[in-house]
Write a protein that binds this ligand. Structure first.
Ligand code: HEC
Ligand code: HEC
Length: 291
């Protein structure tokens, strides 16, 4: 009797292990195919200026769009995710120093990375959120690229991306935005330029940087970062409905809410939003109030 039971349990465990291995292998192949896919896109070129006013405008964009969270305030790259089973990911060195991939970048390569999320070899960059940036105006994207090109070369090597078993499964199931090129409309073309100003229209333009976490409809949802806190609704259905403009600005500058919560920068990057100008925060508030 005992032998029979043992035989059965052994058999069931064996089947389970085999099932898991097949599942994992399928996920692994799926992710490998996504990573190896070659994207053939038409890169629309535009003028990248190099004057100092443009470079200064680019520095503001770099500081307010989250680039520093992954590539470092000094642009030389840093580890932004180090979770054993999920993986280890670093933003790369964006200066032309040692360890950088941009040393030989042409204007086309910069545009390919930021508008399409694609590397020089035609494959998608990994985890680089170009889907949040590709709809920037030519002027803003040009300023950002001008700033990157003007960075003094600094040496810093970052390790290549490592995806653990859990990271592989989550990527295959689209729970981690591993492949930005998949999330971009490569045929997108900029419309008329959006005038800067404290307007809802300009706020809508700026809110692109919020959609990666707060979702395209800004109603929030599960965190895109595995294990991250729930991302709140920032339409009028949430606290935006009751906060005054001054209260909203204070939250984005300090992380402290009128109801006494202290939001952590790791959850909601207020150290980034505190670099927005008053005009930009007013524009965001006016836009969110329309939702
Ligand atoms: C969530 C983290 C994250 C954010 C935010 C981010 N990047 Fe990246 N970026 C990456 C990673 C990771 C890579 C390398 C991807 C790879 O090697 O496949 C990368 C690659 C790049 C590249 C291609 C060069 C290279 O080394 O392959 C450029 C250019 C770039 N990022 C610029 C920016 C700029 C400018 C911003 C802000 C507008 C930004 N990134 C925001 C993570 C990020
Ligand atoms: C990296 C992800 C991320 C990005 C990018 C992000 N947020 Fe958030 N945000 C969060 C999370 C998570 C919370 C909830 C934090 C909490 O509950 O402690 C939050 C909370 C907020 C709150 C407070 C809401 C409340 O009811 O307490 C506001 C306001 C807000 N975000 C606005 C913005 C705006 C505007 C942008 C774009 C400029 C933005 N966020 C970009 C993740 C993000």
């Amino acid at each position: 009797m005992l032998r029979k039971v043992l035989k059965w349990t052994g058999g069931i465990i064996g089947l389970l292990v085999a099932g898991l291995l097949i599942f994992y292998f399928t996920m692994h192949i799926k992710v490998k195919n996504k990573r190896d896919k070659i994207y053939d896109v038409e890169v629309r070129m535009f003028e990248i200026p190099s004057d100092s006013a443009t470079v200064a405008a680019g520095a503001h964009i770099y500081a307010t769009r989250g680039c520093a969270d992954c590539h470092g305030a000094d642009m030389t790259g840093k580890i932004f995710m180090d979770e054993g089973p999920i993986g280890t990911l670093s933003g790369t060195n964006l200066t032309r120093g040692k360890g950088s991939k941009v040393a030989e970048y042409t204007d086309r390569d910069w545009i390919l990375a930021l508008r399409h999320g694609i590397r020089k070899d035609g494959k998608s960059l990994l985890v680089m959120p170009s889907y949040e940036y590709y709809r920037m105006t030519d002027k803003d994207l040009g300023s950002l690229i001008a700033y990157l090109k003007a960075a003094p070369p600094a040496d810093h090597e970052t390790a290549p991306p490592r995806l653990g078993p859990l990271g592989t499964v989550l990527s295959a199931l689209d729970k981690i935005p591993l492949i930005p090129a998949e999330k971009i409309d490569h045929a997108w073309r900029p419309g008329r330029p959006i005038p800067k100003g404290p307007t809802a229209e300009y706020g809508q333009y700026l809110s692109m940087s919020c959609t990666g976490c707060h979702q395209p409809n800004l109603k929030g949802g599960e965190s895109p970062i595995p294990g991250g806190v729930y991302v709140r609704d920032i339409t009028t259905a949430g606290n935006i409905g009751k906060w005054s403009e001054q209260e909203f600005i204070a939250v984005l500058r300090t992380g402290n809410t009128p109801d006494g919560r202290a939001i952590k920068n790791e959850d909601m990057p207020w150290q980034m939003t505190n670099k927005y100008s008053d005009e930009e925060l007013t524009a965001l508030y006016r836009y969110l109030k329309t939702l």
